[in-house]
Design a protein around this ligand. Structure first.
Ligand code: ATP
Ligand code: MG
Length: 157
């Protein structure tokens, strides 16, 4: 799929601002409403990491919450990994408000799973998955049968 540089396409819409896909009945939380989520389809290009960071930050702000830099850093690492390493037509980014956490999901079409590299200060790469593991409250990878995988992580809001 070819898209203009730096563009991201929200699922089912033309604008690139966060779009609420689903709202749970108001489960009251200290900050914002749990159950909200936003989703965007990103092109397989370097600029998508910046688009993803902006999208996640704007989504969390739209919940009336502070954006911690960890959530944008880890989003950047996960989206960059899909762009650099996955054989995929696009990258689907979803941000969910789950309890007191933001859950970020990055989905691509490639069944190959991310590899947690052993620590090595002399190696040029191999930091992205380690950062996701270290700085998130929880993370994982779900295989999507016949359709790639979804890496997810959660951070406190
Ligand atoms: N979305 C993905 N699809 C397929 N393979 C992946 C994906 N993400 C990561 N990998 C694999 O896992 C390895 C480790 O990823 P990680 O992000 O830790 O390091 P890196 O991307 O190689 O380097 P760095 O993130 O430090 O620039 C990658 O080298 C790649 O082989
Ligand atoms: Mg990486």
């Amino acid at each position: 799929m070819t898209r203009p540089a730096g563009s991201g396409t929200p699922l089912g819409g033309a604008a690139s601002r966060p779009r609420k896909l689903a709202s749970a009945p108001a489960a009251a939380h200290r900050n914002g409403k749990s159950g909200e989520s936003s989703c965007i389809v990103l092109a397989v290009e370097e600029a998508s990491a910046a688009t993803a960071r902006s999208f996640v930050a704007a989504t969390i702000r739209s919940w009336g919450l502070h954006v911690d830099e960890d959530v944008t850093l880890l989003t950047s690492e996960a989206v960059t990994n899909s762009v650099e390493h996955a054989d995929t037509a696009n990258v689907v980014l979803t941000v969910r408000h789950v309890g007191g956490r933001a859950r970020v999901e990055v989905q691509d079409d490639d069944p190959a799973l991310p590899v947690r590299m052993p620590p090595d200060p002399w190696r040029a790469g191999g930091m992205g998955v380690a950062l996701i593991q270290s700085l998130s409250k929880a993370w994982g990878v779900e295989e999507i049968l016949g359709d790639g995988k979804r890496l997810w992580f959660e951070v406190e809001l």
